[in-house]
Design a protein around this ligand. Structure first.
Ligand SMILES: *Cc1c(COP(=O)(O)O)cnc(C)c1O
Length: 390
C-alpha cells in the first residue's frame, strides 16, 4: 500500500462503538480493577488513548519506532535537549529557528550544555567543531527564511562516524515531504503548529525516534517534565494528518506558481524557493524532498524596510502574521517580526535584510494569490515613483 492509504487505514475505528472518528478521551484518570491493575492507562500525563493514536501515526509517517506529542514545538525540542547532561556539547546549524537558538543559548547553557553554531553546508566546519563531549547535532532543513537545504545523509555520515546523535527539525518540509530518519537522522521533531495542524488553530509539537531505546528516554522526559499535548488537541492533529499529503501537495504547487511569478517581477531582486531551478540547492532539495512545501521568500529591488512594510500591509489575501503552514496565506517581514529576537549583527548569517519578505502560501487559488501580490507591488512602487517625481 502507498503511504497515504496506509496512514488513513491505520487510524483505528473505535472498538467499543464503531465510531469512525477517533474518540477524544477527555479524562485525566482511569479506573483501576485492582490496585496497580488497569486497562493500560492510569493517568493522562503518562498516557492517553487519543494521544497514543497520534503518537503511533506520526511514528509510522516518519518511519520511526516511537512518537511523543507535546504542548508546543518548543516543548518537543526541549524534551530532546533534556537527553543531554551537564558538560555535554551540541553542534547546531547557524540559521536554525530563533526559538531553538534561544533555548540553546539560555536554558540549555544554564544547565551546563554548550553549543557551537556552524554552517552545516561545510563538512570541514562540522568536523572542526566536534569535541570529545559532543553528543548531539541539530539541523533544520529547509531553513527559515531563505529555504537553504542541508544534505541530511551527508551530515549523518559525519555524526555516525563520531557517535553523535543527529536530530532534525522537519517542520518546514513536513513528514510527507521529507523523511530524515530514512536519511540517517536519529530523532525528528516537528512544530506541528505548522503543516501538521495545518489550520492555524493548535500549538503543538512532536518527536519521533529511530530506536525504541531513544523513544523510551523521550517518553520518560515527556512524563517527568509533563509538557504533554491535550486529548482534544491530539485529535486536531490526527485530523490534520488525514489531509496532510493533499494539503502539502497543493501548498507546494501554489508556492511554485507564486515563486515563478515573483522571479519574473521587475520590483523583485531575488526569490528563494527550493522548487525553483535558480535555487542554489535545487538538485539536493529534489533528491531528499518529495514536496518543496509552501514557504517562499523574496527580496525587494530596493531592499528597504519602509517599502517592505508598505508591501506587507498592501496585500489583501495574504494576511500580515507570523507562523506558516496554515491553509490561509500569510505574509511576514522577518527583520521586524519572526526574526526580531535574533541580534541585528547575526541577521546576515540568516540572510535577512530589511527588504526581505516571507510568504506562507496557502490553499487559495494560485491565480488570485499572484494577482494579490502583483497589485500590492504595483500600488507601492507607483506611489514611490509618484513621490519621487514631485
Ligand atoms: C514554529 C517553529 C518551532 C517552534 O514551534 P512552536 O509550536 O511555535 O513552539 C520550531 N521550529 C521551527 C522550524 C518552527 O517553524
Amino acid at each position: 500500500m502507498k503511504e497515504q492509504t496506509r496512514i488513513l487505514q491505520s487510524i483505528p475505528v473505535d472498538e467499543t462503538t464503531g465510531a469512525v472518528s477517533v474518540p477524544i478521551y477527555q479524562t485525566t484518570t482511569f479506573v483501576h480493577d485492582y490496585p496497580g491493575q488497569h486497562k493500560g492507562y492510569d493517568y493522562t500525563r503518562s498516557g492517553n488513548p487519543t494521544r497514543q493514536v497520534l503518537e503511533k501515526l506520526i511514528a509510522e509517517l516518519e518511519q520511526g519506532t516511537t512518537g511523543a506529542a507535546f504542548a508546543s514545538g518548543m516543548a518537543a525540542i526541549d524534551a530532546v535537549l533534556r537527553l543531554l547532561h551537564l558538560g555535554d556539547h551540541v553542534i547546531a546549524g547557524n540559521d536554525i529557528y530563533g526559538g531553538t537558538y534561544r533555548l540553546l543559548t539560555t536554558l540549555a547553557k544554564r544547565a551546563g550544555v554548550e553549543t557551537t553554531f556552524v554552517d552545516l553546508h561545510d563538512p570541514d566546519a562540522i568536523e572542526d567543531a566536534i569535541q570529545n563531549n559532543t553528543k548531539l547535532l541539530w539541523l533544520e532543513t529547509p531553513s527559515n527564511p531563505l529555504l537553504r537545504i542541508i544534505d541530511i545523509a551527508a551530515v549523518s555520515k559525519i555524526t555516525k562516524k563520531h557517535n553523535i546523535l543527529l536530530a532534525a527539525d522537519n517542520t518546514f518540509a513536513s513528514p510527507v515531504g521529507q523523511k530524515p530518519l530514512a536519511l540517517g537522522a536519529d530523532i525528528v521533531v516537528h512544530s506541528a503548529t505548522k503543516y501538521i495542524g495545518g489550520h492555524s488553530d493548535v500549538i503543538s509539537g512532536l518527536v519521533v525516534t529511530k530506536t525504541e531505546e531513544l523513544g523510551k528516554e523521550i517518553l520518560f522526559v515527556q512524563n517527568a517534565s509533563g509538557g504533554v499535548l491535550s486529548p482534544f488537541e491530539s485529535w486536531l492533529l490526527i485530523r490534520g494528518l488525514e489531509t496532510l499529503e493533499l494539503r502539502v501537495k497543493q501548498h507546494s504547487e501554489n508556492a511554485l506558481a507564486v515563486a515563478k511569478f515573483l522571479e519574473t517581477h521587475s520590483d523583485v531582486k531575488e526569490v528563494f524557493y527550493p522548487g525553483l531551478k535558480s535555487h542554489p540547492h535545487h538538485a539536493l532539495a529534489k533528491s531528499q524532498q518529495k514536496y518543496f512545501s509552501g514557504v517562499v521568500s523574496f527580496r525587494l529591488k530596493d531592499d528597504d524596510q519602509k517599502t517592505a512594510a508598505r508591501v506587507v500591509t498592501s496585500t489583501k489575501l495574504f494576511k500580515l502574521a507570523e507562523s506558516l503552514g496554515g491553509i490561509k496565506s500569510l505574509i511576514n517581514h522577518p527583520a521586524t517580526m519572526t526574526h526580531a529576537s535574533i541580534p541585528k549583527d547575526r541577521h546576515a548569517d540568516f540572510g535577512i535584510s530589511d527588504g526581505l519578505i516571507r510568504l506562507s502560501v496557502g490553499l487559495e487559488d494560485a491565480e488570485d494569490l499572484i494577482e494579490d501580490l502583483d497589485n500590492a507591488l504595483k500600488q507601492v512602487y507607483a506611489e514611490i515613483e509618484e513621490h519621487q517625481s514631485v
